[in-house]
Design a protein around this ligand. Structure first.
Ligand code: URA
Length: 236
């Protein structure tokens, strides 16, 4: 396979952008800089982008996909009720599992990966990776006092929530950023201020935004995007 195509398949960049990387001398194959995008590779070579190995010799390269979960699809790997799972939306040979959960009726950004270490860092509250939700609520608008209660933390049945970033994008539409990830947390927070959630969409996980990814759409993350997620989890 041509080197540029191989880089595109590996999620480094688009084919066109990979050709530019190659011509700019930023790609090495088995330790030697290659500037010909038509160079043939078979996947067994040690290929590096800016000296960072694409396929570490120690093992299989890990993959991370962003999925825009539709409503009605569950975010577990299997469902006892036979509902479709987010894993079934991704065409991959890797053993993927979802990073964290979204309720079945929630939509938005969810990651799938075979990288257990990254999954742990993105979901465990001790790493405090923020997640942002856009929620439409009932009984609008939400008063400044209620927004303040969300921001300062409020008492739920499993304890007080940590301070949240909250803004009312338009009357009855809130953007809420939290880093705790307790079960049904956003719905319970909104319920507690008297504004039950009508719809909930996750629009960001750390630095990664849902962006224009269509409902049901899947996109493999580039190594740079994965690194930014890792950095977000490892930031002091
Ligand atoms: N909070 C919720 O209440 N539901 C979700 O799906 C995600 C966060």
């Amino acid at each position: 396979m041509r080197l540029a195509k191989h880089l595109a398949h590996a999620g480094v960049a688009s084919r066109r952008a990979s050709e530019v990387l190659i011509r700019d001398g930023r790609i090495s194959v088995d330790g030697k800089i290659v500037t010909d995008p038509a160079r043939d590779v078979d996947g067994t070579e040690r290929i590096a982008v800016d000296d960072e190995l694409l396929n570490p010799p120690s093992g299989k390269r890990r993959v991370v996909y962003a999925v825009h979960k539709p409503a009605g699809v569950v975010s577990t790997a299997h469902d006892t009720h036979g509902r479709p799972t987010v894993v079934s939306l991704v065409d991959s040979d890797a053993r993927l599992y979802p990073v964290g959960r979204l309720d079945a009726d929630s939509t938005g950004l969810i990651l799938l990966t075979d990288d257990g270490d990254l999954a742990h860092k993105l979901t465990h509250p001790s790493f405090e990776v923020p997640k942002t939700y856009r929620v439409k609520v009932r009984e609008l608008p939400v008063s400044e006092g209620s927004l303040r209660r969300l921001r300062e933390g409020l008492v739920l049945e499993d304890g007080k929530t940590a301070p949240a970033q909250v803004r009312q994008a338009r009357p009855g539409v809130l953007e809420i950023t939290i880093h705790e990830g307790r079960k049904h947390q956003v719905k319970r927070m909104c319920e507690a201020i008297g504004h039950p959630v009508v719809t909930l969409t996750r629009i960001a996980i750390g630095p990664l935004r849902l962006g224009e990814l269509a409902v049901g759409g899947v996109r493999r993350l580039s190594p740079a995007e994965v690194q930014r997620l890792r950095d977000a989890a490892e930031a002091p």
